[in-house]
Design a protein around this ligand. Structure first.
Ligand code: ZN
Ligand code: ZN
Length: 628
């Protein structure tokens, strides 16, 4: 049934209702000036605002805004970073049980890549300490994770309270494994005080620490005052887990605050998902280069955070109320990566097979060059192709880039123009080259900006010939320049890879106005859709089924603290080295013939240690091979 629906969409297209008014908000500068503007994008330093009545968005340093606006943007930024890191982390957690070492390495990479969010650090530390007993390294990661949460809580104290509790509890466990009972107790107190009700995991860990250190021969340092403070905090706190019986041992908490999706998700007014199981992953611009073929930029259709099947749609006549979506059947992309994305998925989603966009990867011949251009086959697209210039534009030639902006009302605003000039051309290698095979690609730099939404947009010269395709921006910030491939370059890519169609050469009898009209009609918005992600409970069921209890997610540590997971306790005799005790003794070497006194000398001796019987220690009596 879904297959039939997909085919129907492909042949008739479907119209979208016109959108609502742009999402305007009042913004105040530090100096007190107030404007109404739509937020287009932001990073940690600048915000891109489209002020009401203007048609060009502006980059404004966040530091120039009022304190309230700065806080608003900080929270929004943290939301986006949390969501981004969470999406990156989720897939790896599924396989954490099978390959903990690989997963912990990947989680550390994500922790370093997305620097504001605590999820990867929380889980990486558990994987390190629980999986491979690297508790010292885990403690360092957790301290960094806690600093991140404190930074987020400075903007909003309600953020990550559960994550904060878990990270403190887990740091306490790592410190105990390093035999630092006092520091561990301080972390436990902080964990208990950060949430309203004490989680049973923290209570269990606190009581175990108390119990183990009561023995006089405890190997964990623990001062009486710290013990008193910890036990008083436990006694005074609201007990959430009364009646919950925990297995003996140290427990890591995996509980966390789910990222807020309110403001961070991409949502474009007036465009609904083609199917309810899909969500928008990326947007960009494309233009009709040949009958039924649209060119766009690779990052629009090859998302980094998502590797499932994708559905690409192009939005025709986006600014008008008669806008409609067309499905992209096939997609040609030149890349070293060849993620096989099936054109149909048999089961699991609906009753029948579901239509996806089929990705054909052209492998670069030398095995390492990628491309920044993708060709989309849209059989139902009845739009006239643009006229493509035969050569690249000259240096300093004025150019303009057409494309859609981002933000909720991106489509209603219609095509936006970024003007500039050609700054320089340079030979590039690697993934910047459109000519994947030859490796002699030339990219052009322009003062016109490429800002996410206009990636894949056509670059026009003064006579409105298409002289290039915009694909990326080399640096962020207000002085950003754009990168594009000149028409000579993408002509070569096109003829090398798309053998079924031809580009349209410039027609001298056409006027510049006629050409602009063709380009505007042939420019489409490109939308990349992917499957909605699994829910958190589904996700964790696979790794935590065995230890799920009372709503909390936790893992038990199996490593022996007494021997630090080695299964062997060293001999307590300090001079004993692998069962051998070195000593010195004085021996008589002979007699002095003049004095008749004996000649004595010091001599190093090596004797078998009597304490360990020459074994250097003993098998740890508390564990089996380092594990409890
Ligand atoms: Zn042991
Ligand atoms: Zn010994």
């Amino acid at each position: 049934m879904l297959l039939a629906l997909g085919l129907e969409l492909a042949t008739t297209g479907y119209s979208q209702p016109p959108g609502h008014a742009p999402a305007l908000r009042q913004w105040k500068s530090a100096a007190g000036t107030v404007v109404e503007a739509e937020l287009i994008s932001q990073n940690d330093e600048t915000v891109e605002l489209l002020i009401k009545g203007q048609n060009m968005a502006r980059n404004i340093p966040i530091a120039q805004l009022s304190e309230a606006d700065q806080k608003y943007l900080a929270i929004r930024w943290f939301d986006a970073q949390d969501l981004r890191q969470f999406e990156l982390v989720k897939d790896h957690l599924r396989t954490v049980a099978e390959r903990p070492q690989t997963v912990s390495r990947l989680l550390i990479e994500i922790h370093n890549e997305v620097k504001e969010s605590p999820y990867a650090g929380l889980w990486a530390a558990v994987t390190l300490s629980c999986g491979s007993n690297e508790h010292s390294r885990a403690a360092v990661v957790l301290e960094d994770t806690l600093r991140r949460i404190e930074k987020q809580q400075a903007a909003d104290p309600s953020r990550h309270r559960m994550t904060f509790c878990s990270a403190n509890n887990n740091l306490a466990v790592c410190l105990i494994k390093g035999r630092k009972g006092d520091s561990a107790a301080t972390r436990m107190v902080r964990a208990i005080e950060s949430v309203e009700r004490m989680p049973p995991i923290v209570q269990s860990n606190a009581e175990l620490l108390h119990e183990l250190t009561t023995n006089t021969d405890s190997f964990i340092t623990f001062s009486p005052s710290t013990r008193q403070r910890l036990m008083r905090t436990v006694a005074l706190s609201d007990n959430a887990g009364s009646g919950t019986k925990m297995e003996a041992g140290w427990h890591y908490s995996l509980d966390f605050d789910v990222p807020s999706k309110s403001d961070a998700k991409i949502k474009i007014d007036g465009v609904d998902a083609p199917r309810p199981d899909l969500q928008l992953l990326a947007t960009g611009t494309g233009f009709v280069a040949a009958p039924g073929i649209v060119l766009t930029a690779r990052p629009v259709v090859e998302t980094t955070n998502y590797h499932g099947p994708k559905l690409i749609t192009v939005i025709v006549d986006p600014a008008s109320s008669s806008r409609r979506s067309e499905l992209v059947r096939d997609l040609l992309i030149s890349s070293t990566r060849s993620v096989a994305v099936s054109s149909s998925v048999g089961s699991g989603f609906g009753s029948g097979s579901v239509v996806w966009t089929h990705y054909s990867y052209v492998r670069p011949k030398n095995g390492q060059m990628g491309a920044e251009i993708a060709a989309l086959r849209v059989p139902n697209l009845k739009l006239a192709p643009v006229e493509v210039a035969l050569d690249d534009p000259a240096k300093q030639a004025p150019i303009q880039i057409l494309g859609f902006s981002r933000g909720q009302s991106a489509l209603q605003r219609g095509l936006q123009t970024q003007t500039g000039e050609v700054l320089q051309s340079r030979s590039v290698r690697g993934s910047f080259s459109a000519l994947g095979a030859s490796g002699s690609g030339v990219t052009l730099e322009t003062s016109a900006r490429v800002m996410g939404g206009n990636r894949g947009g056509p670059v026009l010269d003064a006579e409105n010939h298409v002289v290039g395709i915009a694909y990326d921006t080399p640096v962020s910030g207000s002085d950003a320049k754009g990168l594009f491939f000149g028409s000579g370059e993408f002509r070569r890519w096109f003829y090398e890879n798309v053998q079924t169609a031809s580009l349209t050469d410039p027609e001298p009898s056409h006027t510049a106005a006629q050409r602009l009209s063709t380009v505007e009609n042939s420019s489409v918005a490109v939308y990349c859709w992917g499957l909605k992600q699994k829910s958190t409970s589904q996700l964790f069921s696979e790794i935590a089924d065995n230890s799920r209890d009372a709503g909390g997610l936790y893992l038990r540590d199996n490593w022996c603290v007494a021997c630090d997971g080695r299964g062997f306790l060293d001999c307590p005799v300090r001079t004993c080295n692998k069962g051998v005790v070195a000593g010195r003794e004085t021996v008589v070497k002979g007699v002095n013939p003049l004095t008749g006194r004996p000649i004595r000398a010091q001599q190093v001796t090596q004797e078998r240690c009597t304490t360990c019987n020459g074994k250097g220690g003993r098998i740890c009596p508390h564990c089996k091979n380092g594990k409890i």
